[in-house]
Design a protein around this ligand. Structure first.
Ligand code: AMX
Length: 441
């Protein structure tokens, strides 16, 4: 671990110095104005955060340290016999800011293998929950139980110089990422496979081993997990899971507490839970229409019915993106390569034809195009993973890579407690009449 930690620290020190001089010289430059509507409407378009790991462009989609998903597929190391990028490589890129060599990636695989032991009380905490408990609830409970292992919490309690915060945050982040696949697989096997658990395979990479512990032996499924873990990892800093992890971390809550908080946000249906909602909606549509592969016309009228019932069409729309999500496209390409004739996957593609024109016709929806969640479930069902309530846990394991890499940067750059100003509508009324000012503290 020493090598990656040292490289990270070197980069972080250099950036901290640069940020200091940027702020000295340009700290009072105005970067935008805030309209009243923005503070009532989810702060859309308001720049208020710095996140180094990735940047989202409304038209082009996500870039991780400047690299698009097609570029990552080309440039990141793959597993032997596999063709999808190894998520270890993406994590290295987000953390260190440079493309990794094959050796860097193998090193990270070995480090995470070594750190992957999950203490028994974590499994006992999961077992204490009723089997019907949603997998995301079981997952967050397990992460909270694992917080006993936090180096940061122990070091802080013992008294630590603030210059050293980054160090145990880095160690906690590595430990947590290393342990999450085991926890997630345990929950899956407990809930859906009669508690028939599968021991880790120390010869496999992080995502390949995850696929193995879930119980899927098909090599293409392993490759799907590598792709899945890579493309779901990060989506710049303002989304609910990333922003929450960053916010809670700013109180010096350790990485276990911060990540668990973020994952409670991922468990919302407008965010990560949308992946289960998509498949649930498609299964229901097939049942209601009495056909395995509904036509585009049938889907169009079903979408209209969903909207008329005051529901959202899951998997479509985005707070920032204004085009088809490149994460959707990457999954579509995987589907075309590995399962072009699968009826459910074909239905996802037909939904892609049918939904945008309907959403566009409503007028108010800013982005009628599919997001990442519109496709993922159908690929999983193809390999037999039909238990859609589990899908958000897969998203959560992947999201750890981005939000924890960012948390390392937050502490290494010494970012302070996050505390924006809020107002009351009473104050807004007075401000409109010119009787009060709205200023930050
Ligand atoms: N179906 C129906 N209505 C939609 C819609 C959809 N897919 N997407 C947006 N709208 C509606 C909004 O609910 C809003 O309605 P309102 O004015 O009556 O409140 C209106 O269109 C304007 O919304 P917007 O500015 O286009 O989007 P937003 O930034 O407020 O919300 C999002 C973004 C993702 C929450 C929304 O598009 C949505 O609910 N999509 C479906 C759920 C989903 O797929 N979520 C996953 C997102 C990706 C992720 O985080 N994993």
């Amino acid at each position: 671990m020493g090598i990656i930690k040292d490289r990270f620290k070197e980069k972080a020190d250099a950036l901290a110095t640069e940020i200091k001089s940027i702020l000295q010289e340009h700290g009072n430059k105005v970067i935008g104005e805030v309209q009243l509507s923005q503070i009532y409407q989810g702060m859309r378009g308001m720049t208020g955060l710095v996140t180094e790991t990735s940047l989202l462009d409304a038209q082009d989609g996500i870039r991780f340290r400047g690299y698009s998903i097609p570029e990552l597929k080309e440039k990141l190391p793959t597993a032997e016999g596999g063709s999808e990028p190894l998520p270890e490589g993406l994590f290295y890129l987000m953390l260190v800011g440079e493309l990794p060599s094959n050796n860097d990636v193998h090193h990270l695989t070995a480090v995470w293998q070594r750190r992957s032991h999950v203490p028994n009380h974590v499994f006992a905490s999961i077992e204490a929950l009723p089997i019907v408990t949603h997998p995301m609830t079981q997952f967050v409970v397990a992460v909270m139980a694992l917080q006993t292992e936090s180096h940061f919490a122990k070091s802080y309690a013992a008294g630590m110089n603030k210059k050293d915060y980054w160090n145990p945050v880095f160690d906690d982040s590595m430990d947590l990422i290393a342990r999450l696949p085991r926890i997630a697989a345990y929950i899956y096997r407990r809930k859906y496979k009669n508690g028939d658990h599968i021991q880790p395979n120390g010869l496999l990479d992080w995502a390949g081993n995850f696929a193995h512990m879930l119980g899927y032996t098909d090599e293409n499924f392993q490759d799907l997990m590598r792709l899945y873990m890579t493309i779901h990892a990060d989506h710049e800093g303002g989304n609910v899971s990333a922003h929450t992890t960053h916010l809670v971390g700013s109180a010096l809550s350790d990485p276990y507490l911060s990540y668990a908080a973020g994952m409670n946000g991922l468990a919302g249906p407008l965010h990560g839970l949308a992946n289960q909602e998509v498949i649930k909606w498609i299964f229901q549509m097939r049942e209601d229409l009495g056909t395995e592969c509904p036509s585009i016309e049938q889907i169009t009228s079903y979408v209209q019915q969903t909207l008329s019932e005051g529901k959202v069409v899951p998997g479509y729309g985005h707070a920032v993106l204004r085009k088809t999500d490149p994460r959707f496209t990457a999954q579509m390409e995987f589907g075309k390569k590995c399962m072009p004739d699968d009826p459910l996957v074909k239905t996802v593609w037909n939904v892609y034809e049918a939904v945008p024109p309907v959403l566009k016709s409503i007028g108010k929806i800013k982005n009628p195009w599919p997001n990442v969640d519109a496709h993922s479930g159908a690929l999983l069902v193809h390999y037999g993973m039909v238990e859609y309530e589990f899908y958000t846990v897969l998203f959560a394991v992947s999201r750890a890579l981005g939000v924890l890499a960012s948390l390392c940067w937050d502490r290494a750059l010494g970012y302070p407690l996050e505390r924006p100003k809020s107002v009351t509508t009473e104050q807004v009324r007075k401000w409109i009449k010119g009787e009060d000012e709205i200023w930050g503290e």
